[in-house]
Ligand binder design. Structure first.
Ligand code: KDG
Ligand code: MG
Length: 402
């Protein structure tokens, strides 16, 4: 079998998605997600200009070799654009292999290690009271694990909290909007929120929180120490984590479990964090970190250090990346939890994915390949719209991490 054609589709059913479709001379096709929020066209161009011409004529079964061709074979390696493109190719090849052999991808990568996948949902409120109410609503609708983000008194808008009546989506049309941030106000508020949540919701529910890269190392240490009595499942991205060594200090102050890495894209972003056991969960998106092939290697490396997975699953990854993550979640031994932020209804007009939610868990179907379909005609009704993630400034106007 040979790769005959590969095509990139950029569409916007409610938000932008970049989809790669690889077709073989035997008429099989595989799908990959190449969405990189706010940088969609960069990945689309990288694929069209540099990858697709080199893919034509290759044997789609040689997944590892093709992966190495686009990683090791390229002098300018790594980085989120390159790795999102490689991820999309990799997913599409696993999809083709599964379809060709008539098996779901999880059966190609070790088979089922579990029957269902624990997920966490997003509860967001503008105030403490609204957030508590939202967490209760999520528990009542069956979730066993809930991430809580809240508006902070004295800050107009913050990460994770939607505007009125809209689903939460961080990217907005046009150039980046500017938001204002105060870590001091955040640190004064968040421990109170989680004390209230634990009292209100009891000990059973897993509570999670995303600090979204906003603290300095010593601020992060204070945060996780103050949250410790409330037994969170994890605190995510406590600091901008390119400085892996900062976690030595954070870790020394608390037993609150730590999750890191939704902006990472290779195992090399994790070497210190994992080998020194400075974190508990890896967040690297299957869709940005070299696809299924590299996610399996990262998970294997992490498993030797008792670090588990908690793959990124925000709505800026398409249902194709979600399916890829679910197959890995199903097969690996050191699975921890999967983020599950359901897409808007309109997304289903373009993508259909073979999984279902039942009482806190996702169940993957047994369709051959990834179990996801893409309707090209429907996609053409939703043309690309330029959208950007916000930028953040401190109260005095200094640019800071968003
Ligand atoms: O595009 C940015 C989002 O993927 C990110 O803000 C979502 O932090 C996020 C999360 O944990 O889902
Ligand atoms: Mg996050």
């Amino acid at each position: 079998m040979k790769i005959k054609e590969a095509k990139v589709f950029v569409c916007s059913p409610g938000r932008n998605f970049v989809t790669l479709r690889i077709t073989t001379d035997e008429g099989l096709h595989g799908l990959g997600d190449a969405t990189l929020n706010g940088r969609e066209k960069a990945v689309a161009t990288y694929l069209e200009e540099y990858c697709i011409p080199a893919l034509i004529g290759k044997d789609p079964f040689r997944i590892e070799d093709i992966w190495q061709y686009f990683y090791r074979g390229v002098y300018w390696r790594r980085g989120s654009v390159t790795m999102a493109a490689i991820s999309a190719i990799d997913m599409a090849l696993w999809d083709i292999k599964g379809k060709a052999l008539g098996v779901p991808v999880y059966n190609l990568i070790g088979g089922k290690s579990r029957d269902r996948i624990l997920v966490y949902s997003h509860a967001n409120g503008k105030t403490l009271e609204e957030t508590v109410e939202e967490v209760h609503r999520h528990i009542a609708s069956g979730f066993a694990a809930v991430r809580a983000q809240s508006g902070i008194p004295g800050i107009a808008r913050t990460y994770g909290v939607p505007r009125d009546g809209q689903p939460y989506e961080p990217a907005h049309r046009g150039l980046p909007e500017e938001t204002v941030w105060s870590t001091e106000k955040y640190l004064n508020f968040i421990p109170r929120l989680f004390r209230t949540l634990r009292d209100a919701c009891g000990d059973e529910v897993h509570l999670l929180h995303d600090a979204h890269h906003r603290c300095t190392p010593i601020e992060a240490a204070r945060l996780v120490k103050e949250l410790e009595p409330n037994h969170l499942f994890w605190v995510e991205d406590a600091v901008p984590s390119e400085l892996q060594e900062s976690f030595r200090m954070i870790r020394a102050h608390s037993t609150t479990p730590l999750a890191v890495g939704e902006v990472f894209n290779t195992v090399y972003d994790y070497t210190t964090l994992i080998s020194e056991q400075l974190i508990d969960y890896i967040r690297m998106p299957v869709g940005h970190g070299g696809g299924i092939t590299h996610a399996l290697k990262l998970a294997a490396f992490a498993s030797f250090y008792h670090v588990r997975t908690g793959f990124h699953g925000a709505t800026d990854l398409s249902p194709v990346a979600m399916m890829a993550a679910l197959h890995v979640d199903t097969a690996i031994h050191n699975f921890g939890i999967q983020e599950y932020m359901p897409h808007q209804e309109i997304v289903r007009e373009v993508f259909t994915a073979d999984f279902r939610f039942d009482r806190g868990y996702l169940h993957v179907g047994d369709s051959p390949g990834l179990g996801v379909d893409f309707d090209e005609k429907a996609a053409s009704r939703f043309p690309y719209i330029r959208a950007s993630l916000p930028v953040n400034r401190k109260l005095d106007g200094t640019l800071t991490d968003w």
